[in-house]
Ligand binder design. Structure first.
Ligand code: NDP
Length: 285
């Protein structure tokens, strides 16, 4: 039976390091400050921003929520972000999603200054991943890497299957791991509809799944001894489950993340680490 990867323990370790770094920053009169921008009301976002505030304040990061009207125009939102870009007291900016209808999320993400883009979604920060120098990379992608590192596996020459090719998870994870000389396959709906998904999953020494569909990966497909990182978050009745059929997969895997309690808490800790990284941003070359 596979070892459960304790995401909360990994997150606690990261947060301890972040706390130390914040103390050092404060000794130099640098106070990390995160601004979350919210356009319109959304009950799920309220829960999320309350949690963000708690996490930040617990660790010594100042957190402010900037509420803007739901009917704000794209240009107005961009000028609000530009003002935050120019405000020297602001370390990091998060744009809460979903945006009001009709807005182009990419236009908003591009408008955040790369050094304040603590979610790692701007093209500049994405580009640094391709250059093999990730710094403010997307939090979940960095979290997946931390989770894999926690198993002690050497990625060199391993077969990695990444199921899901989103900008914030699948694509950056694949790039981060290919730089460690793993052989990475990226699968998506096209792989699935071509009937090839099972083959790619069965060959994976390391399987990462970020799809958002409960049990999309049958546990029986998991290679004996594989490392399984399940990023998916799905509500089934009153339960939260991942994308991998957990009970069968855990009998075959050497290591597996639970959902909840796996990648999620690590992602939260990485967001805090990215705020500190933003505070320490130096011109990159
Ligand atoms: P997206 O919806 O952006 O991407 C989903 C990906 O899965 C796409 O590449 C899609 O392909 C692919 N896909 C859909 N159906 C299938 C299928 N049947 N077989 C193979 N591939 C398929 O999602 P995200 O990457 O944003 O998130 C994925 C999941 O991870 C969600 O459950 C989300 O809640 C969770 N998540 C968890 C986080 C955490 O911290 N734990 C953080 C971020 C996300 P195509 O686009 O071609 O349809």
């Amino acid at each position: 039976m596979g070892n459960l990867i304790d995401g909360k323990a990994i997150a606690e370790k990261i947060k301890e390091e972040v706390k130390k770094e914040i103390t050092e920053l404060k000794a130099k009169n640098i106070i990390p400050k995160l601004i979350a921008v919210q356009a319109g009301e959304n009950p799920a976002s309220v829960l999320y921003t309350n949690q963000q505030k708690k996490n930040c304040e617990k660790i010594g990061i100042v957190y402010e929520l900037k509420n803007l009207p739901a009917d704000i125009k794209e240009e107005q939102l961009i000028s609000e972000i530009t003002a935050l870009n120019m405000d020297k007291s602001v370390t990091g900016i998060i744009m809460q999603l979903p945006l009001p209808k009709g807005m182009d999320v990419k236009n908003i993400q591009v408008s955040i200054l790369p050094e304040k883009d603590i979610e790692g979604v701007s093209p500049v920060n994405m580009g640094w991943i391709i250059y093999g120098r990730p710094y403010l990379a997307p939090c979940t992608a960095l979290a997946v890497k931390e989770v894999i590192n926690s198993t002690g596996v050497d990625l060199y020459g391993k077969n990695v299957t990444m199921v899901g090719h989103s900008d914030i998870v699948g694509k950056p994870v694949a790039l981060l791991l290919v730089d460690k000389l793993a052989t990475v396959s990226i699968c998506h709906i096209g792989t699935s509809e071509a009937g090839m998904l099972e083959e790619y999953v069965r060959r994976a020494d390391i399987l990462i799944v970020a799809v958002g569909k409960a049990n999309v990966i049958p546990g029986g497909w998991v290679k004996e001894g594989a490392i399984v990182v399940d990023v998916g978050i799905n509500r089934v009745g009153d339960k939260i489950v991942g994308d991998v059929e957990f009970e069968t997969a855990k009998e075959r895997a050497s290591f597996i993340t639970p959902v909840p309690g796996g990648v999620g808490p690590v992602t939260t800790a990485i967001l805090l680490r990215n705020v500190v990284r933003a505070a320490k941003w130096k011109k990159r070359q």
